[in-house]
Design a protein around this ligand. Structure first.
Ligand code: ADP
Ligand code: MG
Length: 350
């Protein structure tokens, strides 16, 4: 199968509306989306397009996410990745407005793909075999280091190794069993909030707000530094049949082109560059017909190593491209749309 590229166009934000941004993206129905601006006029095709009016539930039901959960239960490696520029709605799509208000939990209608998938996974596991165990792990890649977000204390880098039987895997990664939605959501929150892990954000990052985004939520410029955090859920019936469902909130794609930043920031920008460029490179090589394919350089970045199985080999991938409809985001929007249409040609053999 091919990855199902799904597109989500978020509504114009209040700020965008107030300053009079034009809406340049229009859904035409049947998976087609049209971009029209002064010197641009292009149509792109997707498996599904969700526009500003689409609810979180509509995205869950219409993107094939439910089927993906079932496939993970059947033992396949399934991956969902959200990509697009900072502020395009990646985190909102995956997690909803998680942690935006500390006191009030998000309204059920706003829950993202992750919480909905967890619910579905738990329902499935209850109705299937009784010896089935669900466990979760939560990682981020920061400056080309893989860090465990569930281990207590300051993050430390874990080695990413390769073995013939397992492919690439993270050594000593913490994996926590869960049996309820509350349990898995609290793991998600724990991983998403550095404070909850008991260390001071200012010590480890000069710009705490960006650290915030580095684990997957926030807005504005914050997401730019984010390394792609992953939540990997493992559902296993017996050792020979272990399905995984992996969610990847990619770093803001706009950093790829940014140059001229200095010091620490530039190290971060470079490693994000490296990850996203490597991912784009692997995707374009995978998109070639099987006979013409050369070696796929998964080893070029931590991100592509982690995603090797889901991208190329035996995995099933759902890609959610996120864009803003605003005229001000036009060039990033076009680059996201091109990136996504390229991924459409990749095929895998699960
Ligand atoms: P990203 O993770 O891509 O940087 P966010 O998910 O943080 O972007 O979204 C940026 C802002 O837009 C947030 O304030 C978020 O609540 C809002 N937003 C994103 N998508 C939607 C949507 N579909 N409906 C309403 N608000 C949205
Ligand atoms: Mg984000």
């Amino acid at each position: 199968p091919r990855p199902h590229p799904t597109l989500r166009v978020r509504p114009l934000t209040c700020t965008e509306t107030r300053r009079g941004d034009q809406q340049v993206v229009h859904s035409l129905g049947d998976g087609a989306v049209h971009v029209s601006a002064a010197r641009h006029d292009a149509t792109f095709g997707f498996s599904a397009v969700f526009d500003a009016g689409a609810s979180q539930e509509a995205v869950f039901e219409g993107s094939g996410m439910r089927q993906l959960v079932e496939l993970a239960m059947d033992g396949f490696s399934c991956t969902v990745f959200a990509f697009g520029q900072t502020g395009s709605g990646k985190t909102y799509t995956l997690m909803g407005p998680l942690g935006q208000s500390d006191t009030q939990p998000a309204s059920p209608a706003l829950l993202g793909l992750m919480q909905r998938s967890f619910t579905c996974l738990l329902e499935q596991s209850r109705s299937r075999a009784s010896d089935l165990a669900l466990s979760a792990s939560y990682l981020e890649i920061y400056n080309e280091q893989v860090r465990d977000l569930l281990s207590p204390g300051p993050p430390c880098a874990l080695p990413l190794r390769w073995s013939k039987t397992r492919g690439f895997y993270v050594e000593n990664q913490l994996s926590v069993e869960f049996e309820s939605l509350e349990a898995i959501v609290s793991l998600l929150l724990q991983g998403s909030e550095p404070q909850a892990r008991g260390w001071d954000i200012r010590e480890s990052c000069p710009r705490s707000r960006s650290w915030d985004s580095a684990v997957g939520h926030g807005e504005g410029v914050m997401g730019a530094k984010a390394s792609p955090p992953n939540v990997v859920l493992q559902a296993s019936t017996c050792p020979s049949k272990q399905g995984t469902l992996c969610f990847v909130d990619l770093a803001g794609s706009e950093r790829v082109k940014e140059t001229g930043s200095s010091g620490e920031l530039s190290v971060e920008a470079n490693s994000i560059n490296r990850s996203l460029l490597a991912l784009g490179h692997c995707i374009s090589l995978l998109a070639k017909p099987r006979g013409k394919r050369t070696h796929i350089p998964y080893r070029d970045s931590k991100l592509t190593r982690l995603l090797a199985r889901s991208l190329g080999g035996s995995g099933i991938t759902l890609m959610v491209a996120c864009i803003s409809p605003s005229s001000r985001c036009l060039s990033e929007t076009l680059s996201t749309l091109h990136y996504a249409s390229r991924a459409r040609r990749v095929t895998t053999r699960p």
